[in-house]
Design a protein around this ligand. Structure first.
Ligand SMILES: [Fe+2]
Length: 185
């Protein structure tokens, strides 16, 4: 590979593959989630991701390239991590919910950085229409990350896995402002 154009297309193909894989993964996340509000969040995020795939395909068209895929190992790794956790750790329902929110936030952070970098490249190369489409996707990813962050503040695990005394000690330390890192179990 020699040119910025080739690099840009490579990165676009990477993102197209990522978004398509995420469409499937979001369905799994929706099925595995137990809280209705979380199921709803994943369902609407899935619908949004399908639109993002369409925008990427349009961006390819704008540049005069075929919408081909390059395997996105980064996103695939994050998806695999999620699946392995659910299949192998025998997690309780509320733990799956908390884990899913964390996994989705990691994906969003990755996507945000990827789109920012694609937008920089599109701008540099004067692909104005493609740039606009990418910017729409970026905006949605940023909004989804915020939504996940809000959900993670609300949805807490039921069992903290700590003794009652230890929890009381921690909360009294928090209120007195003295932080102490928790000993590893
Ligand atoms: Fe996305």
């Amino acid at each position: 590979m020699q040119t910025a154009h080739e690099l840009f297309i490579h990165e676009m193909q990477d993102m197209l593959s990522a978004e398509r894989k995420l469409t499937e993964a979001l369905q799994e996340q929706e099925e595995n989630a137990s809280r209705p509000e979380l199921k709803k969040a994943f369902a609407s995020h899935r619908a949004q991701t399908e639109k993002q795939v369409e925008r990427l395909e349009q961006a390819f068209e704008q540049i005069g390239e075929e919408p081909e895929e390059t395997e996105c190992k980064g996103i695939e790794g994050l998806i695999e991590e999620y699946q392995t956790f659910v299949e192998e750790e025998d997690p309780a329902e509320d733990i799956i919910d908390v884990f899913s929110i964390g996994a989705a936030s990691k994906v969003e952070s990755y996507e945000i950085r990827a789109y920012e970098s694609l937008i920089e490249m599109a701008k540099m190369m004067g692909h104005t229409k493609a740039q606009r489409l990418l910017q729409q996707n970026l905006k949605e990813e940023q909004a989804t990350l915020k939504k996940m962050q809000a959900l993670s503040k609300r949805i807490k695990p039921q069992n903290m896995g700590m003794e009652e005394e230890e929890m009381e000690e921690q909360s009294s330390q928090r209120s007195s402002g003295r932080g102490r890192s928790r000993k590893a179990a």
